[in-house]
Design a protein around this ligand. Structure first.
Ligand code: AKG
Ligand code: MN
Length: 198
């Protein structure tokens, strides 16, 4: 079955050298506002330092890592927290829509417009070749930029409250993505990227 062809689920976003699909609102047994408030309140958020080009930096966002396996990200080893009932419910809803299983989730909390994520690919060896990554957003809309590694073409996507973006196929091989800082005041946003650690 081609899950990308089902009209009541994900809509494909055509891009070269990759596969993207999108759903405006993931069906959940809670409102988006309830999920955002609970994720902010219940998560042991961490401000992590990472090594980039041999220098230590504090990441401009807060993070938490949940799941069944540890993960190395920009030289940072993250030991997972056990799934909470809320995160397990969300994971199951994401799995139903994507037709794919996930065993880990990285939570990123962007406190305001000054928080960001640098351009990168989710291509760590633990993710295996052609990883499938489901990105779910709550709270303030932020612009997610995809940029093709070779021809530098860029695709901006506004990821709004409750939306789900699926990246799969060769997307991580050929594209980088990230969230820029903004000068316009913005509220809190929490993004969850569901992954499968091999
Ligand atoms: O916050 C986002 O939308 C992007 C998150 C992301 O790229 C990541 O966690 O690897
Ligand atoms: Mn990413």
């Amino acid at each position: 079955m081609d899950l990308f062809a089902s009209p009541d689920s994900l809509t494909p976003i055509p891009i070269e050298d990759g596969e993207l699909a999108w759903l405006a609102q993931l069906p959940l047994p809670y409102t988006n506002a309830e999920v955002l408030a609970r994720l902010i309140a219940e998560t042991p958020w961490r401000a992590e330092s990472v090594f980039v080009y041999g220098k230590q930096h504090l990441q401009p966002r807060l993070v938490a890592w949940y799941g069944d396996a540890s993960y190395t990200y920009s030289g940072l080893r993250l030991e997972p927290l056990p799934w909470t009932p809320l995160l397990a419910t969300i994971r199951d809803a994401v799995q139903d829509v994507c037709g794919h299983r996930f065993n880990s989730v990285l939570l990123n909390r962007y406190r305001n417009e000054r928080d960001s994520m640098g351009m990168h690919s989710d291509d760590e060896p633990e993710l295996g070749p052609d990883p499938i990554i489901a990105s779910l957003s709550f709270g303030a809309s932020r612009r997610f930029i995809l940029r093709h590694k070779r021809n530098k073409r860029s695709l901006p996507l506004d990821l709004h409250d409750g939306s789900l973006l699926l990246m799969r196929g060769q997307t991580q091989q050929h594209w980088v993505h990230g969230i820029h800082k903004s000068t316009r005041p913005m509220g809190e946003r929490v993004n969850l990227t569901f992954r499968y650690i091999v």
